[in-house]
Design a binder for this molecule. Structure first.
Ligand code: AMP
Length: 383
């Protein structure tokens, strides 16, 4: 593969999306001497509080997008529910990493599953369904329980229904109001893990993880690294991630989420071509954080090392912990090696990701215990 000269510090990097992942990408880019321009439809986003060059316009405003694209050396994303057409129009004027083609596959569950199964990657059995008749046929083949998901615009369990009985199926499908959907076998998993890969334009690859993830109400609650699985499985998960990135020719980051079954089999659940919530541990635990790695991968700088000798844990801070007033930050960070990250969101809604804590320790289990203690201290009744 050819090596093109890197985009060097001093250049302007563009990011589509205004959320916390964009904010942490921008902080890493600034640290390395880049300028950052962000494009987001949201006023007062986590990115706009730290980035003085923000275009606030809709993603389907092609003229604004292309004007933005002409000003930057490369565009990346922090959020995959951006119309792939928008990225395509940007590709006409600048470098886009990952490409519109990668986003097109990863932002739609049906396209994603079709790609993964065609290439022979392991996934749970699934069917595309539009009508209740198709859904009934699929459930006859898959059995219940099963999981019905909208094909597009899903994250954190949004657009997803657990189907316990065939009778529940029609109502669940009707609630999707005609959106394209997939139904998949319910996986009795033992663990959920993820790997975040970084791939350069010349095909170099490094990986974070596997990371072990625990969800509550479909939202990531806790991650720990390294995942408590055997080496063979860990290497297999990293190999699959690398093969998916090679097959899609991703330049940038890609997170692959897996189920680990009781039989120690890996099934890919979904892929996201961007930094991932489960990779936040890397900010304190690894020599190169996932955000610095994103900068390196998209600019063509050499990829940084990801190895760590330490165990770590990450716990998400959802809006729920503001229910009884401002959390007790000082107490939480009084514990050794507990690090606070807040995203600057002003409205603490239940289920909204407001920030996270990372904890490093000798072992992952020790880090998890300390992360839970820090969370308890945050929400301990006052007085
Ligand atoms: P997703 O939005 O597809 O990542 O799903 C969010 C979470 O729902 C996953 O991390 C799992 O905990 C759960 N989930 C999704 N699909 C399945 C499935 N087929 N079987 C069991 N649990 C699932």
């Amino acid at each position: 593969m050819t090596r093109t000269p890197p985009i060097l510090p001093g250049s302007t990097l563009g990011v589509l999306g205004g959320g916390q992942l964009g904010r942490m990408f921008a902080l890493a880019a600034y640290q390395m001497g880049y300028k950052v321009a962000a494009y987001t439809p949201d006023q007062n986003s986590p990115v706009s509080q730290i980035c003085n060059d923000v275009v606030c316009a809709p993603y389907d405003d092609i003229e604004s997008l292309q004007q933005f694209g002409r000003r930057v050396s490369v565009v990346t994303i922090e959020f995959e529910n951006i119309p792939a057409d928008a990225l395509q129009s940007l590709e006409a004027v600048t470098l886009v990493r990952p490409s519109a083609g990668v986003l097109h596959v990863a932002q739609n569950r049906l396209r994603e599953k079709t790609f993964l199964s065609k290439k022979g990657f392991p996934i749970a059995p699934y069917f595309a369904v539009k009508t209740s008749d198709e859904l009934h046929k699929a459930l006859t083949a898959l059995g219940t329980p099963a999981v019905l998901k909208t094909a597009g615009f899903g994250y954190d369990g949004k657009g997803q229904r657990l189907i316990g009985t065939v009778e529940e199926a029609a109502a669940a499908l009707a609630s999707f109001e005609g959106q394209e959907a997939v139904v998949e076998k319910f996986v009795e998993f033992d663990k959920e893990i993820s790997v975040i890969g970084a791939r350069s334009n010349s095909g170099d690859f490094v990986a974070y993880g596997p990371i072990e993830n625990e969800h509550q109400n479909h939202i990531l609650n806790l991650s720990l690294a390294p995942a408590r699985i055997n080496w063979t499985l860990a290497e297999e998960a990293i190999d699959i991630t690398r093969s998916i990135m090679d097959a899609l020719e991703v330049v940038g980051l890609l997170c692959v989420e897996f189920f680990v079954t009781a039989e120690e089999e890996l099934l890919v659940n979904e892929i996201a071509p961007r930094p991932h919530n489960s990779g936040h541990y890397s900010m304190e635990a690894c020599p190169t954080s996932q955000f610095e790695q994103q900068v390196r991968a998209i600019t063509g700088l050499p990829l940084g090392t990801t190895e760590t000798e330490r165990g770590s844990a990450m716990i998400n801070l959802l809006g729920d912990i503001w229910a009884d007033g401002e959390p007790d930050w000082a107490s939480a960070v009084s514990l050794p090696d507990v690090h606070l990250h807040l995203y600057g969101k002003t409205e603490a809604r239940p289920g909204r990701k407001m920030g996270h804590l990372t904890v490093c320790a000798r072992w992952a289990d020790e880090a998890v215990e300390r992360a839970k203690s820090a969370l308890d201290l945050l929400v301990r009744p006052k007085g």
